[in-house]
Ligand binder design. Structure first.
Ligand code: AMP
Ligand code: GLY
Length: 419
């Protein structure tokens, strides 16, 4: 069986690692992949948004199953194109991918199905948006409607900042077309958690929840990033809360997509804000999270390909996901300057002689002759498991301490329990 993974990050490396343990022993391909993936997969230099190139490769190579890592190809309709060509591909089609591709689409859906979420309003005209500011307090969350490479959410502390942000998005178009429509949203306080779910169109099956650390620096300081570290299982979501999430958030999602004939199969990533008993949806993503995947798949006991088959067969209702009792921690090592500007091409030392029980997932690396060099903002997802969170954390940081590259930065407080 030949499986193609689209993407080049730690998430895709973790997927490949999980597939390499499958009883189906798939032959793995990755487009475009990275230095770490090249140990498990044949990497082919096709960009994630080159849908024609991906399709031509999958047809020529007779790929049996394609797994899509990032959101961009999903929003661009890679699933529709592959399916039209008779190929099996795991992920939502373009219509269903709007749950990530358009924040306004998601807010309308959440409100229609009474799924708890922050109060919001959507605007396509700057004058109306400026007028709309009057209905909100500060801090205020301003979101570009479309995909903006993870940068389209701005938290304005003051009215002056909000006005400037609206001008930047809607007039200067700093995020291009993504900012032609904006969502103003009430700020929610609390702790965020990530609930990743398999969806087959009739059943939604949550995985063990994970905690992501989004801010660049220790103590949750600095800019928002794609995620600087994760741990699983979440300490924030216990069984009682998970039941409430299933009832008030996940089940109404299925009711809604069925009513609206949205054929959703693949992964729904529900980003939640939790404040005591209060749980609100902050966002939907239509793919696995990065670095949530690194700490999730490592604890999943099921064969991933079996669960994916159940999604295709619409038999998820008969699947029981089982989780190892271990805890997992992933610490992201990033390039100095991330999430703003950073340099690439720095040689990474220490990967070969690493001592410690864990996995180094490559997020942004490439091979330069025999060296592994940095090739992105997030570079490595250093991941370890342990019988409790403290030992998993210690094991992950033990590995981090042996890896060096110029300008490397990482948070030192991932999974630290007093923060
Ligand atoms: P999103 O792309 O919608 O996930 O937003 C990115 C990040 O912005 C989230 O992970 C939160 O940290 C923050 N955020 C988004 N919406 C809100 C909100 N209503 N209240 C507080 N923080 C938010
Ligand atoms: N770690 C957050 C995300 O994948 O969107």
């Amino acid at each position: 069986m030949k499986v193609l993974i689209i993407g080049s990050g730690g998430r895709e490396h973790a997927i490949a690692h999980k597939l390499s343990m499958s009883h189906k022993s798939p032959e793995i391909f990755a487009a475009p992949g990275n230095a770490g993936l090249s140990k498990l997969a044949t990497c082919v230099p096709i960009a994630v948004d080159d849908i024609d190139g991906l399709l031509a490769f999958a047809l020529k190579t007779q790929i049996d199953l394609t797994l899509v890592g990032p959101e961009l190809p999903l929003v661009l309709g890679v699933v529709d194109r592959f399916e039209a060509a008779g190929l099996r591909i795991f992920g939502p089609n373009a219509k269903a991918a709007q749950f990530e591709g358009s924040k306004a689409f998601t807010k309308d859906f959440l409100n229609r199905y009474h799924i708890p979420t922050a109060k919001s309003a959507t605007y396509t005209s700057i004058n109306e948006a400026l007028e709309g500011l009057k209905a909100f307090d500060y801090p205020l969350v301003i979101k570009a409607d479309g995909l903006a490479a993870g940068k389209g959410v701005i938290i304005a502390e003051t009215e002056t900042e909000a006005i400037k942000t609206l001008h930047d998005l809607m007039e200067a178009h700093v995020f291009g077309a993504a900012g032609s429509k904006v969502v103003l949203e009430a700020f929610l306080k609390g702790i965020e958690a990530s609930v990743l779910c398999f969806v087959d169109g009739v059943t939604i099956l949550p995985m063990s929840p994970a905690q992501d650390y989004k801010k660049a620096y220790d103590g949750d300081l600095g800019l928002n990033t794609g995620g600087m570290g994760t741990y699983s299982p979440s300490r924030v979501i216990d069984e009682v809360l998970m039941d409430k999430i299933q009832e008030t958030i996940l089940n109404p999602f299925i009711v809604g997509i069925q009513k609206e004939a949205i054929d959703f199969k693949g992964i729904l990533f529900v980003g939640l804000m939790i404040d005591g008993e209060d749980v609100n949806v902050i966002e939907y993503n239509v793919r696995l999270g990065d670095p949530e995947t690194e700490v999730t798949l490592i604890r999943m006991e099921n064969d991933l390909l079996d669960v994916i088959d159940a999604v295709f067969n619409q038999t998820l209702d008969s699947v029981k996901l089982t989780w190892s009792r271990s805890h997992a921690v992933c610490v992201i090592m990033a390039s100095g300057g991330y999430p703003e500007s950073y340099e690439k091409g720095k040689t990474i030392h220490g990967l070969d002689q690493l001592s410690g029980d864990g996995w180094v997932y490559h997020c942004g690396t490439r091979l330069k002759e025999s060296d592994v060099v940095t090739d992105g903002g997030r570079v490595l997802g250093v991941t370890a498991t342990g019988e409790d969170l403290a030992s998993a954390r210690a094991a992950a940081y033990h590995m981090v301490s042996q890896i060096t590259f110029e300008g490397a930065m990482f948070r030192t407080d991932i999974a630290k329990m007093d923060v």
